[in-house]
Design a protein around this ligand. Structure first.
Ligand SMILES: [Mg+2]
Length: 415
């Protein structure tokens, strides 16, 4: 059966997420730098910066020379993966076959939903509209439509930003003949050179080249090349929908510490993050494990299993802190704290927050107070899913939030 595949590629992704988040940056040349060790390299340039000659992987020094007005911003991976999660969730409105290919690229199999190429273009337009509503007008995507992933990815690359490019099966050969060998995902610069050395300068020549000789030269990759040159590819959209076994977070403190208040703050921050991710994905937990690592790199951990399931950060924190306090070797400074919620069960409600708590009731609050707490959480979830993970924080966490932002120290890690 004829497949219809979409490849959705976000345009200047990290830069447009920052521009969406901060109106001051909109319409300006900005460069997102890598984290820590890669601070001196441009990871993504905004569309405006690209127009002025700034390229990905350029050194910030060189980029500033070319474009003195360039605004440099330290990358915020947490924010980007939050938006990635949001748009992939949106894609499931269109089809159950969604493959997250990278942080800013996804494949969708819409064969059933689109029926034909006309329907596919219509769906792509709708999808673009929904993306604008959910993620904001500064986050745009280029969409490729084709009979397989290979051609869909090639097509999405052709019109940027905000393009929709259709390559029907019958146009596949013409499409390939209009691009360079290295434009195809799977043919890198080195492979391009090896093909050129064999006298293969374009896809037309690659199609004519004897398959046996390609296989002699490249093994099974030779077969792939031959198929690709004919616009064929066997790989399907892989749907990875396995439920997670646990949701966790660890944090290396900016400085080793004996201070329990500081530890509590970091632990609460992590518990909030873990709880938020659980609510977002519709899970409740029945176990919490913690891990403490000391300045000398020794460590210990503990798990607690409980009856009443929860997805409340404060509740997780109460348990986690009791565990930390009970295992912690108080003669050693703490370097890293980790928390993980496990024994997860799914809540199939579309708006999980309320149902989680009414079903589990595993909160430290009772009656009216609990109701109030739940409605606050539900409102905070809405804010967070709209504006990202740093849109609110507990007042008690403000000191560390400011300190970390100022120093750039501390290192957190989703598990
Ligand atoms: Mg992209």
């Amino acid at each position: 059966m004829q497949k219809i595949i979409l490849h959705i590629d976000m345009n200047s992704y990290f830069a447009s997420v920052e521009q969406q988040a901060n109106p001051f940056l909109r319409g300006k040349p900005i460069g997102i730098t890598g984290k820590r060790s890669e601070r001196s390299i441009i990871a993504t340039a905004s569309i405006e910066a690209k127009k002025l000659g700034v390229k990905t992987a350029m050194s910030t020094w060189q980029a500033k020379k070319i474009c003195p007005s360039l605004i440099l911003i330290a990358g915020d991976p947490e924010k980007y993966s939050e938006i990635t999660h949001r748009f992939n969730k949106l894609f499931f409105e269109f089809t159950p076959f969604v493959q997250e290919f990278s942080v800013d690229e996804s494949f969708l199999d819409i064969t059933e939903q689109a029926k034909d190429w006309f329907g596919a273009v219509y769906l792509a337009q709708q999808l673009r509209e929904r993306l604008r509503e959910e993620c904001g007008e500064w986050i745009t995507a280029s969409i490729g439509i084709a009979p397989n992933k290979l051609l869909a990815k090639l097509s999405s690359d052709l019109v940027k930003p905000n393009g929709i490019t259709l390559t029907r099966s019958e146009d596949a050969i013409a499409r390939l003949d209009s691009v360079k060998l290295t434009d195809l995902c799977g043919i890198g610069p080195r492979m391009g050179k090896r093909l050129n050395d064999l006298g293969i300068m374009n896809f037309k020549r690659l199609r004519e080249f004897p398959l046996e000789e390609l296989v002699d030269e490249f093994g099974s990759y030779g077969t792939w090349l031959h198929e690709a040159a004919h616009g064929r590819e066997a790989f399907e959209v892989n749907v990875e929908e396995e439920d997670p076994k646990s949701v966790g977070h660890s944090y290396t403190l900016p400085k080793d510490t004996f201070d329990p208040v500081l530890m509590q703050r970091y632990l609460l921050g992590m518990c909030e993050k873990v709880a938020w991710r659980m609510r977002r994905d519709g899970f409740v937990a029945n176990a919490v494990s913690i891990y403490v690592r000391y300045g000398d790199f020794s460590g210990n951990g503990k798990q607690h299993v409980f009856k009443e399931s929860t997805a409340d950060g404060l509740r997780l924190f109460e348990i986690a802190w009791r565990l930390v306090d009970s295992v912690r070797d108080k003669s050693k400074p703490v370097r890293l704290l980790g928390i993980s919620a496990s024994h997860l069960t799914h809540t199939s409600e579309s708006k999980p927050t309320m149902s989680i708590f009414s079903a589990g009731g595993g909160s430290a609050f009772g009656g009216k107070k609990e109701q109030k707490h739940l409605s606050v959480l539900s409102a905070l979830d809405k804010i967070q899913s709209r504006y990202g993970s740093k849109s609110w924080t507990r007042a008690s966490l403000l000191p560390i939030a400011f300190q970390d932002r100022a120093s750039g120290l501390g290192y957190d890690h989703e598990l």
